[in-house]
Design a protein around this ligand. Structure first.
Ligand code: MLC
Ligand code: AMP
Length: 513
């Protein structure tokens, strides 16, 4: 048995001097450089006692070594668990308790706050900074490289990605080697990636988009990436002339369009821009085409399934749609009684294919709720298929907010707000936000007549929740609107506060640019 995923991404080019990463300081890391790092890290993991099926959690700033750690886990058969760098120690504690990794690698700045979390979960805490320094690097000096990849089958687990639930409790989506490999092969083909491609990589690498869609596809094709630490308009404008392709969330494209220096001349040589993780407004698609002459290719996916659909590479990329099911992926639209709806009607999107995950870690009931016995996954997205077979996402049945490509589960924020002194109840909603697509708003009802202490509440929210989940506006009402069954009418709230961010100049509210 071999390790097809590792061999496909890196093993097959372990001796190639072709560039893999172009770094901000001008240095380039080749495929063989990366393979050397991976062998070294893998040797360390094995000497530390990690075996196939063990877990390693990582909450580190983006760096080449962080990517090497992911690949070293694949090389060793260790399950890789990447965590959003914005998560607070409280949030990390839950993931680490749930997944019981043997090693937790964190940025140096977070180490003190996570020492107890790691100890309580029985994990060894190591550090890895954006500059690649830290105790992991120190530990490597005495490690021997592990030359051979551990044999793995398509059904073996490769990664856990945590995704919040409508109950507020996060679930670890178990992705197999086969899931990741099938998506990498299909997308490379669908989007015509080759060894000549240079992808402008400004996404984070702790989610499916930046790690699996971007890195796996480029590595499978043998291409290179311009490796930026995150999205900054300046850095992207600077790097664009050296790139052939870019993958982004819609916020990347609205920010670029806000910039007059983003012109047809600057973008004209690009082979492909893709968008996903959140709806791309048809208006953004059209503005982008008018400015650059290029049609953004929108695709649709999710943590549990990887990518499901894509607009065509050759053919009409239709604004407002997510294109067609990928090769090997079946997609159907179902009504509430479990029947397929007529063409053009709206229903629940379900998908089946080699990309669909194995289930939620240690949550068989949750798995059974969302993964049908016949293998179809119930996405929670509402959609329709038009007469030309284009799929359109028209809404979501699941109560989530997608802000700048990150998912926020209102329930999780509401549970925290409801527990605060002076708060009787709360409703958390997403409303249009020019920069992030949707912005989080909290509507509170006070306990008694006194107003709650908003400064204290905001401080608690800041301590407990990752920054992207924090409400950007708070409203206090005497009562929440409810229907005759007593259910909170979030739709009415979304209508009432639809304009709340409209008066804000989003370019002024962005720090660091
Ligand atoms: C940052 N902030 C956000 C936010 N990102 N708030 C809401 N939503 C977000 N996404 C906060 C910051 O903490 C800060 O708050 C304020 O907003 C302004 O921050 P900023 O400096 O403007 O943000 P920036 O660092 O530029 O980040 C914005 C971004 C980033 C869009 C570049 O969020 C991003 O990289 N998003 C990509 C998400 C992604 O990769 N998703 C893929 C999921 S996989 P304060 O209070 O501190 O000032 C998936 C499957 C699929 O969904 O289909 O792909
Ligand atoms: P996540 O759980 O972070 O993987 O988020 C997946 C969700 O993002 C999907 O279920 C959709 O609701 C949404 N999503 C991803 N891509 C698109 C897209 N192109 N258009 C609309 N929604 C999308």
């Amino acid at each position: 048995m071999t390790n097809s995923l590792y061999d496909t991404l890196l093993g097959a080019r372990a001796h190639s001097d072709a560039p893999l990463l172009h770094l901000p300081d001008g240095a380039t890391l080749s495929y063989s450089d990366m393979a050397g790092r991976v062998a070294h890290l893998s040797g360390y993991l094995r000497a530390a006692g990690l075996e196939k099926g063990d877990r390693l959690a990582m909450q580190c700033p983006k760096s080449p070594q962080a990517l090497a750690l992911y690949l070293a886990c694949l090389h060793s058969g260790v399950i890789f668990l990447p965590l959003n760098t914005s998560y607070t120690p409280d949030e990390i504690a839950y993931f680490v308790q749930d997944a019981s990794p043997k090693i937790l690698v964190t940025g140096p700045a977070a180490a003190d706050a996570l020492r107890d979390v790691a100890r309580d979960a029985g994990a060894t805490l190591l550090t890895l900074g954006a500059d690649e320094q830290g105790s992991l690097t120190d530990a490597l000096t005495s490690a021997q490289p592990a030359p051979d990849a551990v044999a793995c089958s398509a059904d073996d687990l490769a990664c856990f990605l945590y995704t919040s639930g409508t109950t507020g409790r996060s679930k670890g989506a178990m992705l197999t080697q086969g899931n990741l490999l099938s998506n990498a092969l299909t997308l490379t083909d669908t989007w015509a990636f080759t060894a000549d491609d240079v992808l402008l990589h400004a996404l984070p690498i702790f989610h499916a988009h930046g790690l699996f869609v971007a890195c796996n596809v480029v590595m499978n094709a043998g291409g290179a990436m311009i490796w930026l630490p995150g999205f900054s308009t300046e850095a992207v404008l600077d790097a664009l002339p050296r790139a052939t392709t870019m993958m982004g969330v819609p916020t990347f494209y609205t920010r670029l369009l806000d910039e007059p220096r983003f012109t047809r001349d600057l973008a004209g040589h690009m082979r492909l821009f893709t968008s996903g993780s959140a709806p791309l407004l048809a208006e953004t698609h059209d503005q982008f085409s008018a400015r650059t002459g290029q049609a953004i290719l929108e695709r649709y996916g999710m943590t549990e399934t990887g990518m499901n659909t894509s607009n065509p590479y050759d053919g009409e990329r239709r604004a407002g749609t997510v294109g067609f099911p990928l090769t090997g992926v079946e997609l159907r639209v179902m009504d509430q009684s479990g029947q397929e709806v007529a063409q053009g009607e709206t229903g629940m999107i379900e998908v089946r294919g080699p990309n669909v995950f194995k289930g939620y870690w240690q949550m068989p009931e949750k798995t059974a709720e969302e993964l049908r016995a016949d293998g179809f996954f119930i996405t929670g997205d509402l959609g329709q298929i038009d007469s030309d077979s284009y799929v359109t996402i028209v809404g979501r049945e699941k109560d989530i907010i997608i802000s700048g490509g990150y998912n926020i589960y209102p329930k999780e924020v509401e549970q925290l707000l409801d527990a605060q002194p002076g708060v009787k109840e709360s409703a958390v909603i997403g409303v249009p936000h020019a920069d992030f697509g949707e912005g989080v708003v909290a509507v509170l009802v006070a306990e008694g007549t006194a107003s709650p202490d908003m400064e204290a509440i905001k401080a608690t929210v800041k301590a407990k929740l990752a920054n992207f989940k924090r409400p950007k506006e708070y409203i206090i009402l005497e009562a929440l609107p409810r229907n005759t069954m007593g259910k909170v009418q979030k739709k009415a709230l979304r209508t009432d506060y639809a304009d709340i961010f409209q008066t804000l100049d989003h370019s002024m509210s962005r720090a660091g640019e």
